[in-house]
Design a protein around this ligand. Structure first.
Ligand SMILES: Cc1ncc(COP(=O)(O)O)c(C=O)c1O
Length: 440
């Protein structure tokens, strides 16, 4: 039974060698059509190795790959090969992780509003660590664990009282994520009593936010995390076996470049770990999505039309907010800007300024405003860099029922695998009990 979050294989497995990136894009376009996401396996390896090199070796550090950034098993499977564990938040992500070959014993399952049914499913798949966001969540985990006859471990996710820096939107402000720090201080015993005998509370999880711009701000978050984790675990009387310091490691979104220099994290984290109290003997876990997956991806699309309207020019592509940046298309996050790479043969053309739009029948379908680029023509390929994270699955894929983009993993131009998300409707019978997991 197909589901919105399942992938179908796309055939065509010849090897491709190409001298230039646009040569490669045009080879791929002739074999797979446009638009497509092209993922570079070498970049996934590079990012996993770079992140690992920054983390304190003495802390048995672990990198958890956040599937929400890109759950495609062909991408996640590479990160598994390079030593990442799984950070999962839905039954569909569990299925993607299974397909990618992840070990579930070392995976973490989190997110707000978990149902008991999905927790039973996660336990049946072998997941043992859960990030717990509220008393209600802890009670649901206990019930699921008792029903499954399987003891499990919980990390208490905390929404701290104050952010160490302004503008960290997901913590220190009102949100649906985590226990209020103050509630853990004031009602810790009541909260711990909900764990019962089958759930052991073994750690703390704090995620301060995404795209934390610089190493200094990240360090401030990690320092605060250690302080809060030590205080709360002592107060509530549980051993700090696992300290999930979250992440927020930055990477550009749909624009060129590599983000800020994070190399100073290496010494900073080593110092923090060496000087820690009870957190010193914990395993330090870090979660990352975009830092690991963004740079591997390029969205390649075709120019369908260049059109003038009043005082503006519109570049109409065969991609849009149904493939990229859908959440910003809905106005939920500030509109982003993109870089658009053009074929080498166009690079000396005079410049034009365009609104980059797609084929959907809404003015919201705009992925770049007032973008300057050398003149291109209908039929040309264009490429959006750093789109390996928060691409198709963070978009309004079903809107206007256009096909989903093909996703291709390559190494050095050789196609390793290709697939695409299934779209469309499936039959759904009344009173039929559907399992919480997507079926693949
Ligand atoms: C709890 C949690 N962990 C990890 C991530 C991944 O963030 P990023 O892709 O910026 O690394 C997010 C993103 O929102 C998150 O909410």
């Amino acid at each position: 039974m197909p589901s919105a979050l399942s992938y179908e294989k796309v055939s065509s497995q010849n090897s491709v060698k190409s001298d230039s990136r646009f040569g490669l894009y045009s080879d791929m376009a002739s074999r797979f059509g446009t638009p497509f996401y092209l993922y570079d396996a070498e970049m996934l390896k590079r990012q996993a190795n770079t992140l690992r090199s920054l983390l304190p070796a003495d802390a048995k550090s672990r990198i958890l790959y956040s599937f929400k950034s890109n759950p495609n098993p062909i991408v996640a499977g590479q990160l598994k090969n390079y030593g990442c564990r799984a950070d999962l938040t839905s039954p569909g992500e569990i299925e993607a992780a299974r397909e990618a070959g992840f070990d579930f014993g070392s995976a973490l399952y989190g997110g707000p509003g978990k149902s008991e049914e999905e927790l039973v499913f996660a336990i049946s798949e072998g997941i043992r660590y859960f990030s717990i966001e509220s008393i209600h969540d802890l009670s649901a985990l206990r019930e699921a664990s008792v029903k499954s006859g399987q003891p499990v471990k919980a990390l208490l996710r905390i929404n701290p009282e104050e952010a160490p820096k302004a503008k960290l939107a997901m913590s220190g402000v009102a949100s649906q994520f985590g226990f209020e720090e103050i509630d853990l201080h004031e009602s810790g015993d009541e909260i711990m009593s909900k764990a019962g005998d089958s759930v052991s509370v073994v750690g703390i999880h704090i995620y301060w936010g995404t795209q934390i711009g610089e190493a200094e701000a990240l360090m401030a978050c990690f320092e605060k995390t250690v302080q809060i984790a030590e205080e709360i675990s002592e107060k509530l009387g549980f051993p700090l076996e696992v300290l999930n310091l979250g992440g927020g490691f930055p990477w550009p979104y749909a624009t060129k470049g590599e983000g800020s220099d994070l190399s100073s994290l290496k010494d900073g984290l080593a110092r923090l770990q060496a000087g820690a109290g009870s957190a010193k003997s914990a395993e330090w876990w870090f979660e990352s999505g975009r830092f690991l997956s963004a740079s591997s991806g390029t969205l390649v699309a075709r120019v369908m039309e260049v059109k003038k309207s009043k005082d503006r020019e519109f570049l109409i592509l065969d991609t849009g907010i149904h493939h990229l940046g859908g959440m910003s298309g809905l106005g939920r996050i500030p509109r982003f800007s993109i870089d658009l790479e053009v074929p080498p043969s166009r690079r000396s053309n005079e410049e034009m300024q365009v609104e980059v739009v797609g084929q959907l029948c809404t003015p919201l379908d705009c992925i770049g405003r007032r973008i300057k680029l050398p003149k291109v023509e209908p039929g040309d390929l264009v490429a959006v860099p750093n789109t390996g994270a928060y691409g198709p699955t963070a978009s309004v894929l079903g809107f206007l029922s256009r096909p989903t983009p093909v996703e291709i993993l390559h190494r050095g131009g050789d196609v390793i695998s290709s697939n695409r998300l299934r779209g469309g409707h499936e039959m759904f019978q009344p009173n039929h009990h559907h399992p919480p997991h997507a079926t693949r």
